[in-house]
Each structure stands twice: as structure tokens, then as C-alpha cells.
Ligand binder design. Structure first.
Ligand SMILES: [Zn+2]
Ligand SMILES: [Zn+2]
Length: 490
């Protein structure tokens, strides 16, 4: 476990042999407008004669995907597949970050773990060669991946080339492609026909995927501006537009490398939550495993304490910009400054928080099992106080205005509440930990929350004009609550 503040110190990551590459520090995500295949085709325009299938180096008599059955898979150690990497000094710090971010994207959805090469015999070396290209599957010894500067250093291109190195071929040469696409050979540039030759791939039970980051665009290697590949179901379908790995790409890696036991939870949860806002209770809290708010902390939803600290493993998806990540990290560090909570980058811990940009801002209450998402929708939720609020939920704390003793302090004006939203004001038998009701809590709703008519839904009994729910930071009571709940001061 690596404390967060340590990783914040530098952008350049210095790691020892079998330690994961961390997604720490301030990594920037370059905006991608071109799709991977388009970029690759453009950059490789002048060197395609020596490459087969566009950007795949002719390799040691191994022909694509089938090699994974005969030795070109990277070996698994325990639950993870460690792939040593090296990035040459060809790249700027920003370009390095793009590459690292693309590599870390595999960590977040698969059991692949890129580690810095030290004495490893077999490893990938990212360098700026001529064009973007990779071998298919693990080779032996130094295995280059070329990412030409000013052309190949994009998240989706790196993912594409890395997927080759993991053993994957282009989608449109899959063994079953003829059921899904037409190859219009009459439009292919002479000498480029081999790029469209089918391969006896192992498709791992995943469907043909027009959105795969491994799919070529409609006009790949066209000699006359007419399409070379069209979807059978819809010839006008735009192909090869993936900005990042598709869920099928991810599923394929997980199946090929048998990652499932540890990592499928994320996709199950993410899928299940895609239409979820109607089912949220109390506005932004996911209905959770029969645990009803605060009382769960007495029944196992507290995060465990090790020595003096409560280590909470976290991960980020690639949804956020460097600035947004910084905001989230700063909010997390605010807990380090005032409580015994210590957020650490997830490595092998089974229970952990994943921050991603979902539908709205929401969190589960208390520790759940395994992967526990916190949604911070971009352009709306990535603020210090919102992150603190959602994290406090994940630590087991409920909204202030549903506290067991709230009726002594606030009036809930049910006549002003939007129909169907009444449950957001239902009291919970919370454990208030001896802290007073706090109008300044970052967990307090504003006066007009869920109002149907502009009239207040919550007012302070002592002063109906009091402004509620405007905390820009955790209050001293919020902090005291965390410290008491987790016995930080003992
Ligand atoms: Zn390729
Ligand atoms: Zn909330």
C-alpha cells in the first residue's frame, strides 16, 4: 500500500521491480479526436510494405491470435499478468503520461499489470520508430512497440498496439468476420490485400465488435476513396471509430488471461448502474446490500483499521482530466489531514473504491464488497465538497437532515417536496456519535432540495431563514464524526 501523498510528489514514477505502475501523480489525458485505426493508417502510410495487417510486424512465424494457444501469452503470477515495460527517452513527459495512462487503463479493467522492467528478460519497449506498430503476442527478450511521436501517442492507439502485444489481432480479420462485414477487394490498394486476410482467431466467445479499438475504418487501404470494409447489416455503419477499448476488447483480455475471478465485478456493476438514477434513495445513495445507512457501520460496513490507520484502497477510471483528478485527490488528502483515514492506491486489496464519471454524483453507504464505485459526473460533481460528501457516504455517514434526531432541529416541509422524492427525507436510525446536529455539515441538504414549487423543503426550527447545505468543506463536526466512528483518536 502506498500512501496517496507520497505518489503526489512527482509525475515521474519511480517504482521497484514487481510493483505496479501506479496511476498516481498528475497524468494528463490527451484529447483524442481521431480513432486509433485512422491514426495508425495515417502515420504508417509510408511504411506499410513491410508490415502485415497494417501495423503488425511480421513476427517469429507466429500468426496472430492462434499463437496465444502456443506460447505467446504473457505468464500469469497469482491473480495478475505482469508485463514489464520500458519507455525510451524519445518521449516528452506529456507523451510518457499518455502512454502510462493508456497502460493504467488496462489495470482498471483487466488483470494485466504493467511493471517497470528491471532485470526481466521478456519485456515491451515503447519507442518512437517509424509509424505505430507492434508484434502480436509475447515475443522473447526485448519486444519493441513503435509509437511515432506526433502521430501515434494517443490513448486509443497505445491501447491498440498493446492489445496486439497481448495477443490480439484486428477485428476485421477474425475467423468469423465474413458473417459481419464485406471486404470490397476491388477498392483495396494493390499490394495491401494481405491486410484483409482472415486469421483463424480464437474469439473467446465474444461477439464480433464493430466498436472494437482493433477494428479498421471503412476506408482502410482504399485506392479510390470507396470503402474497403462495410458492415453487412448496414453498409453505412461507421467502422473503426473507437476512442478507447470497448467492453468486448476488455472482456477478451479478461477471458484470454482468465482474469474473471478478480475483476468482472466492475463491468457487472457499471452495466447494472447505467440506468440507475430512478432507483437511488436519498438522492445520491445506492440502495445497498440490505444495509440501511449509518446503522450498517455497526454491522460490518466500516472500513477496517490496521494499527493507527484506516486504509481505504482507491482507483480512478480514465474518465477524468488531470485537473479533475487533482481535485479528487485534494479532497481525499483533506481526510488525511484531519482523520486517520488513509487513501491508498489499490493494488491487490479486494475491497476498494473506484471513482468514475457516471450518471450524476452518488455513492454507496459504507464499505461494500469488492469493487465499490463512486460516481462523480464530469461537469457537475468534481468539486472538493462533493467529493468529500460522496466519500463520507462511502465511509458510512448519511445525510445530516435524515439523522435520527433531526426533528428537534429542522422542519421538513413535505407539502413542497416533489412527488416521488419524499423518501429522500425519511429519517434513518443513525448513530450520531455524540456529535451535535450540524447545519454546516457537508452532508446537509440545501433548503430547497427536491422542491416542487421553489418553496423550502427543509428549514431550521431556530431560524427559518437560515441558509442550509452550503458547506464548501467538511465541518469540524464532520471530521469529529469520522474520527469517532473510526476511533482515530485512541
Ligand atoms: Zn493494429
Ligand atoms: Zn449524499
Amino acid at each position: 500500500m502506498t500512501p496517496l501523498h507520497f505518489l503526489l510528489l512527482s509525475v515521474t514514477l519511480i517504482l521497484s521491480s514487481c510493483q505496479d505502475l501506479k496511476s498516481g501523480g498528475v497524468l494528463s489525458v490527451q484529447n483524442e479526436t481521431l480513432d486509433a485505426s485512422e491514426i495508425i493508417a495515417k502515420v504508417n502510410a509510408n511504411l506499410t510494405n513491410t508490415l502485415i495487417h497494417g501495423d503488425v510486424m511480421p513476427n517469429l512465424k507466429r500468426n496472430a491470435d492462434p499463437c496465444t494457444a502456443v506460447g505467446c501469452k504473457w505468464p500469469k503470477t497469482g491473480s495478475y499478468v505482469y508485463v514489464p515495460v520500458e519507455i525510451t527517452s524519445d518521449f516528452t513527459a506529456q507523451e510518457r503520461d499518455v502512454i502510462i495512462n493508456a497502460l493504467v487503463s488496462f489495470h482498471l479493467s483487466t488483470c494485466i499489470r504493467f511493471v517497470w522492467r528491471t532485470t526481466h528478460v521478456d519485456y515491451l519497449r515503447f519507442f518512437s520508430g517509424t509509424g505505430c506498430w507492434s508484434y502480436v503476442g509475447r515475443q522473447r527478450n526485448l519486444q519493441p512497440i513503435s509509437l511515432q511521436r506526433n502521430g501515434c501517442v494517443y490513448q486509443n492507439t497505445v491501447q491498440h498496439e498493446v492489445m496486439h502485444a497481448l495477443g490480439f489481432h484486428h477485428e476485421q480479420v477474425r475467423s468469423d468476420r465474413d458473417s459481419y462485414v464485406n471486404i470490397l477487394t476491388q477498392n483495396i490498394q494493390p499490394g495491401m490485400e494481405s491486410n484483409f486476410k482472415k486469421v483463424q482467431t480464437n474469439n473467446l466467445g465474444t461477439p464480433y465488435d464493430f466498436n472494437s479499438v482493433m477494428h479498421y475504418p471503412n476506408y482502410a487501404f482504399s485506392k479510390n476513396g470507396l470503402p474497403t470494409i462495410t458492415a453487412k447489416s448496414n453498409p453505412k455503419m461507421v467502422l473503426g471509430g473507437a476512442a478507447r477499448m470497448s467492453s468486448n476488447d476488455i472482456a477478451r483480455i479478461n477471458r484470454l488471461y482468465l482474469c474473471y475471478d478478480t475483476l468482472d465485478a466492475f463491468h457487472v456493476i457499471a452495466k447494472a448502474n447505467s440506468n440507475i438514477t430512478n432507483t437511488l434513495i436519498h438522492g445520491d445513495i445506492m440502495p445497498n446490500l440490505k444495509r440501511n445507512a449509518d446503522p450498517c457501520t455497526a454491522l460490518g460496513c466500516k472500513w477496517p483499521k490496521t494499527g493507527s490507520y484506516v486504509y481505504v484502497p482507491i482507483a480512478f477510471t480514465i474518465d477524468f482530466t488531470a485537473e479533475e483528478r487533482d481535485t479528487i485527490i485534494k479532497a481525499l488528502l483533506s481526510f488525511h489531514q484531519s482523520t486517520c483515514i488513509r487513501f491508498v492506491w489499490k493494488s491487490t486489496e479486494p475491497d476498494f473504491l473506484v471513482f468514475y464519471s457516471g450518471n450524476g454524483c452518488w455513492s454507496y453507504l459504507g464499505r461494500q464488497q469488492k469493487l465499490q464505485p463512486i460516481s462523480l459526473q464530469k461537469n457537475g460533481c468534481v468539486y472538493m465538497n462533493t467529493v468529500q460528501h460522496e466519500v463520507l457516504h462511502a465511509l458510512g455517514l448519511h445525510h445530516e437532515q435524515v439523522r435520527s434526531d433531526r426533528d428537534a432541529y429542522v422542519t421538513v416541509n413535505t407539502q413542497n417536496i416533489q412527488t416521488g422524492m419524499e423518501s429522500n427525507f425519511m429519517k434513518v436510525q443513525t448513530n450520531n456519535l455524540g456529535t451535535p446536529y450540524d447545519f454546516n455539515s457537508v452532508m446537509h441538504y440545501p433548503n430547497n432540495a427536491f422542491s416542487k414549487n421553489g418553496q423550502p423543503t427543509i428549514t431550521a426550527k431556530s431560524n427559518p431563514d437560515m441558509v442550509l447545505g452550503r458547506a464548501t468543506d467538511m465541518s469540524s463536526n464532520d471530521i469529529a464524526r469520522v474520527n469517532r466512528l473510526y476511533q482515530c483518536c485512541e
